[in-house]
Design a protein around this ligand. Structure first.
Ligand code: GYE
Length: 304
């Protein structure tokens, strides 16, 4: 037991907490906003943060977790790049007696305390729902190309399934192409260019699993001489300022929100854990859909 607290002393000095956080990378604007949110929230909560960026390598995430274990941190948080392969490292943390919080993406394992993040399947369904509404009364076939995120990652798996489950029951829709572009602008541009070469612009809809890939694809579409948002309907996910700006210019038709600002939730969970409280296994962040109607206003308010 530590020293007695005199009244008025800030709660942060009660007990010094060290949090080790393995961030999966810096592939997108969403990710950078997420990292910033976690750093700022740690500072505000008076929690010491050990931050490691794994540059999209699961192997590097394992190394980071092992270093946190050897430094005997109080809590480990992981934003996992892909879903599978986590059981051995989670067992190591468990044996060391260090609780693990999963952030943003899911893992195929059960020995962690809680998963804090969005309902990524629901996001895919919202994207599909927007498309169904947009295409009311329009005869088929309606050709869709899909830019998927990182292979094996929860947002790619779930956004793909949620979308497919919503639209593919309607036989007008045909998926012409579906490829991974790793959630980056560069890959989005490159893969879209290859779709355009293959189909000669004969496509009606682009569904991109994040804004960065959509923005890359827009460059490819314009270079090809087509009008993004008009000749090709574009739907993406995240809601970054750049995407909302682009939507305000009419180049994107809908953006499903995914909230990256998980820092405050994470710090709250860390604090509750170290106070011996029990957390729900799943903490879901609420979010919305942006369309061209509100894009301009939203873009101006956006912090990331
Ligand atoms: O949508 C994308 C990022 O895991 C939900 O990862 C996150 C996704 C986000 O690269 O932009």
């Amino acid at each position: 037991s530590g020293p007695e607290l005199s009244s008025g002393e800030p709660a942060a000095t009660k007990h010094h907490i060290v949090l080790g956080f393995s961030q999966l990378g810096s592939e997108s604007d969403w990710r950078n906003a997420n990292s910033q949110s976690i750093k700022t929230a740690a500072k505000e909560a008076g929690i010491e943060l050990l931050f490691e960026n794994a540059e999209q390598s699961q192997e590097k995430q394992f190394e980071a977790v092992r270093s946190f274990i050897s430094r005997k941190v109080d809590v480990i948080a992981i934003a996992p790049v892909i879903q599978t392969g986590w059981v051995p490292i989670l067992n190591e943390a468990e044996e060391a007696g260090i609780p693990v919080i999963i952030v943003d993406r899911a893992v195929d394992a059960s020995n962690y305390v809680t998963l804090i993040g969005s309902d990524l399947y629901e996001e895919g369904k919202k994207a599909g729902k927007f498309l169904l509404d947009k295409m009311v009364g329009r005869p088929g076939p309606i050709g869709i190309v899909e830019l998927k995120g990182t292979e094996g990652s929860t947002p790619s798996i779930d956004r793909g399934r949620g979308f497919a489950d919503t639209v593919l029951g309607d036989k007008r829709f045909k998926v012409l192409e579906s490829e991974h572009a790793d959630f980056t602008l560069e890959q989005g541009e490159k893969v879209m260019r290859s779709f355009l070469q293959e189909h000669g612009g004969e496509m009606d809809v682009l569904y991109a699993h994040n804004d960065d890939m959509a923005l890359g694809a827009i460059e490819a579409i314009e270079a090809y001489g087509l009008r993004p948002g008009k000749d090709i309907v574009i739907i993406s996910v995240d809601g970054t300022r750049r995407a909302l700006k682009s939507m305000a210019e009419g180049k994107i038709n809908a953006v499903v929100e995914c909230n990256p600002l998980l820092g405050p939730n994470l710090m709250q969970a860390v604090r509750e854990l170290t106070e011996g409280r029990t957390l729900p296994k799943r903490i879901v962040t609420p979010e919305t859909v942006f369309t061209e109607v509100t894009a301009e206003l939203e873009a101006d308010n956006r912090k990331y």
